[in-house]
Design a binder for this molecule. Structure first.
Ligand code: SF4
Ligand code: SF4
Length: 166
């Protein structure tokens, strides 16, 4: 198929790019003085101030627990199966009913449950797929880590107390 080359020559103003630099600087100056005089702030003083994120915001994962601090997860592997990023890794084991005094029989529990947040795209599919409402995404957006291993949340970390739980 033939291709058509379209040439769009630069205008004189575009060739004199100084014009666009001045235009950009004027925008910055306008923002600067409107903040200074009108007290219109475009940024917030994080971390002292925090934005109120939407209720639908999907942040760091957690696993809900019952009154005995036992995870509600039954190691059914649905979240691991549905995850498009393949970042959930579960090892299941049989649950000892003696350690489950709430009387609800659960056949399995996770021996280990890891989520690699560097692979996660926060789609929320795991939360939607979970039949036990065990895995959830909180509104916590502070997930900075200093090495790659810390970005892998294990079961103990997923069971932590966290804002936005529930
Ligand atoms: S939010 Fe999406 S990508 Fe992240 S662990 Fe859940 S299913 Fe996987
Ligand atoms: S978190 Fe939910 S979906 Fe994932 S293994 Fe546990 S019970 Fe199944």
């Amino acid at each position: 198929m033939a291709t058509k080359n379209i040439s769009r020559p630069y205008t004189i103003a575009q060739k004199l790019y100084v014009f666009y630099i001045i235009k950009g600087m004027l925008i910055n100056l306008r923002r600067f003085f409107s903040g200074l005089i009108l007290q219109r702030n475009w940024t917030i003083q994080y971390p002292e101030e925090r934005r109120d994120y939407s209720q639908r915001f999907r942040g760091a994962h957690f696993i809900s627990v019952d009154k005995n601090k036992t995870e509600n997860c039954t190691a059914c592997f649905l979240c691991e199966t549905v995850c498009p990023a393949e970042c959930i890794h579960i090892v299941a084991e049989e649950r000892d009913d003696d350690k489950n005094p709430d009387g609800v029989w659960k056949e399995k529990k996770p021996l280990s449950f890891d989520i690699d947040l560097l692979r996660c795209c926060f789609c929320g599919f795991c939360e939607e797929a979970c039949p036990k409402d065990a895995i959830k995404l909180s509104r916590d957006y502070e997930m900075s880590v200093s090495n790659r291993d810390d970005a892998i949340f294990d079961l103990a970390h997923l069971k932590r107390e966290i804002n936005g739980r529930g």
